[in-house]
Design a protein around this ligand. Structure first.
Ligand code: ADP
Length: 252
C-alpha cells in the first residue's frame, strides 16, 4: 500500500491583470461582471472579496479557478497562466484549486468519506484513499464521522466535509464563495477558525467572497468590488480598520 503523502502544501501566488468578463444577456445587452480587475495576492494570503450582490465576487473566483474563461486580461496562479490553459492543462489547474461553496454542495447519497473522495474517483492516485479521507476529516474536526451521511450532520459539519473535500488534492489555493453564508454566526465563526488554522498549518492561500463584515474583518486584506471593479483594497493586518463602516459607507 502506498503511504499517504505529506499533506503540507505551499501557498499559491495569484496575479490578475486587467481581467474582463462579459456576459451577454437574453436581450442581447452586455453585462460586464469583471471590468479590468488587477490584483496580486501573495502566497499564504487570506483575502476577503466583498461588495454587494452582483458586484462580481463569484465571477472572479470562477475565473481564478478556471471554471469560467476571461474575455481579456491575464490570470496567473503560481507559474500557470490560467487564461491561456485549455483541455487537460486546464483540468489539471482546477485540481490545484479547492472550492468551497455557500450551500456545501455535498452529494446526499454519499457518506462523508465518499464525498471527500468524490474528486479523485476517476483517478489513480498515489495514496490510500480511505486513509487519506480519514486524515482530512480528522483535520477538519470530524474524526470518526467517515460513515455519516450529510443528512445526519449539522450545517457546520457539512461545511467541514466540503472543506475536507476541497483539500483532497492538497491545493495551494482555496476559493471559498460565501462559506459562512448558510450558517449561524457562531458556526460561521467556527468555520472561519478552521480556515485560518488550515492557512497557518498548510500555508494555503485563500480567496474568500463574503457579505459579512465580521468574517471580512478576520481576513488579512479586504478587496471591495462594485460593478465588477475594485473600489477598495485595504490591508487589515494593522487592526485599526473599521470594516463595518468601510462596507456600509464606501471609501477607505
Ligand atoms: P456576486 O458574487 O458579487 O454576487 P456575481 O459574480 O455572481 O456577483 O455576478 C456579477 C454579475 O454577473 C451579476 O450581475 C450577475 O447577474 C452576472 N452573472 C453572473 N453569472 C452570469 C451568467 N452565467 N450569465 C449572465 N450573467 C451572469
Amino acid at each position: 500500500m502506498t503511504s499517504t503523502p505529506d499533506l503540507t502544501t505551499t501557498g499559491s501566488t495569484v496575479l490578475l491583470d486587467g481581467v474582463v468578463k462579459r456576459y451577454v444577456l437574453d436581450e442581447g445587452t452586455e453585462l460586464v461582471a469583471a471590468d479590468g480587475v488587477s490584483l496580486a495576492v501573495e502566497a499564504g494570503g487570506l483575502v476577503a472579496l466583498t461588495g454587494p450582490s452582483g458586484s462580481g465576487k463569484s465571477t472572479l473566483l470562477h475565473l481564478v479557478g478556471g471554471v469560467d474563461g476571461a474575455d481579456a486580461g491575464t490570470i496567473t496562479v503560481d507559474d500557470r497562466k490560467v487564461t491561456a490553459l485549455r483541455g487537460d492543462a486546464l483540468a489539471a489547474h482546477r485540481r490545484h484549486v479547492g472550492f468551497v461553496f455557500q450551500r456545501f454542495n455535498l452529494l446526499g447519497a454519499l457518506t462523508a468519506r465518499d464525498n471527500v473522495l468524490a474528486p479523485v474517483v476517476p483517478f489513480k492516485v498515489p495514496f490510500d484513499k480511505a486513509a487519506r479521507a480519514g486524515e482530512l476529516l480528522a483535520a477538519v474536526g470530524l474524526a470518526g464521522r467517515e460513515g455519516s451521511l450529510p443528512s445526519r450532520m449539522s450545517g457546520g459539519q457539512q461545511q467541514r466535509v466540503a472543506i475536507a473535500r476541497a483539500l483532497i488534492w492538497s491545493p495551494g489555493l482555496l476559493l471559498a464563495d460565501e462559506p459562512t453564508g448558510n450558517l449561524d454566526s457562531r458556526t460561521g465563526a467556527d468555520i472561519l477558525d478552521l480556515l485560518l488554522a488550515l492557512r497557518s498549518e498548510r500555508g494555503t492561500t485563500i480567496l474568500l467572497a463574503t457579505h459579512d463584515p465580521v468574517v471580512a474583518a478576520r481576513c488579512d486584506r479586504l478587496v471591495r468590488l462594485q460593478d465588477g471593479r475594485i473600489t477598495d483594497d485595504v490591508d487589515l493586518r494593522p487592526g485599526d480598520v473599521d470594516v463595518a463602516a468601510l462596507l456600509a459607507g464606501g471609501g477607505s
